[in-house]
Ligand binder design. Structure first.
Ligand code: AVJ
Length: 318
């Protein structure tokens, strides 16, 4: 395989594609799912009957948002990591707006199309809130929040933290902790461990939307890096990894094949049955949440859950 021939510095996505597809165990980072098409597919996933996560967390927020904001205390600045279209966030924002006279909402996401929807939604439903969307990859760097009034409430919901391995997740929250001040708060949403018979369908739905979402990462590499992936030569695979407590998504090559990635001057060989590991989605126990919080320099203040105990929202205090 050859190296990139261009003299231009490679951006983070290009570097990830090269690193991931030239590794022994091939992988791609889950943030690559979220281009315009992928963000739209993710929105469809959240509406699938099998994908219980969104509706379950939504129900927790519907019932408890006022209590969460009461426990968090006065927080004029609300910052959300991986905000997406900020649908679930509205309930927290509304409750916060009732307590603080002026609130500022800073949604952060890698998807600019999703953030446009978020901004429009907040402007329409809560015109008194100031919105400052930031298009950035929060795994690479963190925004400077010092110019925004404190205390701050950070939101990291939807079990997005579940995409990271335990060490990375702790490092990410530690970095978040450093951009906050002592006394600031974090609401963390986590999908809880449950039987594989419930987990697998959530990631392998009958309609095949999650399969499309997974395969879209190859379509994106075709579009953005002039690659020649043929999508019908790969299949969506879902694995429950019990010992690691995570759902894994893979793309399996259905035959031996070579794929050229023009813009990266790269040729990638696949054996039949070889897989690209595209996502981990950790499923938490209370102990895992506790370890994560303590590792990152937060203490657990309060927890809210749904009636089935499938999902939790935990208030952490910096
Ligand atoms: C947005 C990371 C929480 O892991 O459940 C949905 C992404 N992947 N279906 C998840 C996802 C496949 C989702 N997170």
């Amino acid at each position: 395989m050859s190296v990139n021939a261009s003299v231009l510095p490679l951006d983070g996505n290009a570097r990830a594609v090269i690193e991931g597809l030239t590794s022994q165990q091939k992988w791609l980072p889950p943030r690559l799912f979220y281009d315009r098409a992928g963000s739209a597919l993710f929105e469809r996933i959240t509406e699938l009957p099998e994908y219980y996560l969104t509706a379950t967390e939504q129900a927790i927020f519907e019932r408890e948002a006022a209590d969460m904001v009461r426990s968090a205390g006065d927080c004029p600045t609300i910052v959300e990591l991986g905000a997406g279209t900020a649908k679930k966030t509205m309930m927290v924002l509304r409750a916060a707006a009732e307590k603080s006279s002026a609130i500022t909402f800073i949604p952060i996401d890698v998807s600019s199309s999703a953030l446009k929807v978020a901004r429009r939604r907040v402007n329409r439903e809560l015109p008194q809130a100031a919105v400052h969307p930031l298009v950035m990859d929060y795994t690479e760097r963190f925004p400077d929040l010092s110019r925004f009034a404190g205390p701050r409430l950070a939101l990291y919901i939807g079990s997005s933290i579940g995409n990271f391995e335990p060490m990375e997740a702790a490092a990410l929250l530690r970095r978040l902790r450093l951009s906050l001040r002592r006394g600031d708060a974090l609401l963390l949403g986590t999908d809880m461990r449950k039987p594989a018979s419930l987990l697998i369908p959530a990631y392998d739905d009958a309609e095949g939307v999650t399969a499309q979402f997974n395969l879209n990462v190859l379509a994106r590499i075709n579009r953005e890096f002039a690659a020649g992936f043929e999508l019908d030569r790969f299949a969506h695979r879902v694995v429950w990894n019990e010992s690691e407590s995570r759902i894994e998504m893979h793309l399996e090559s259905l035959r031996p094949q070579r794929v050229h990635i023009g813009a990266l001057d790269l040729a990638v060989d696949f054996a039949a049955g070889e897989r690209i590991h595209t996502e981990n989605s950790y499923k938490f126990t209370p102990k895992m949440i506790e370890a994560l919080a303590l590792n990152a320099g937060f203490r657990i203040q309060q927890t809210w859950r749904d009636d089935r105990n499938w999902f939790r929202v935990t208030l952490l205090r910096a």
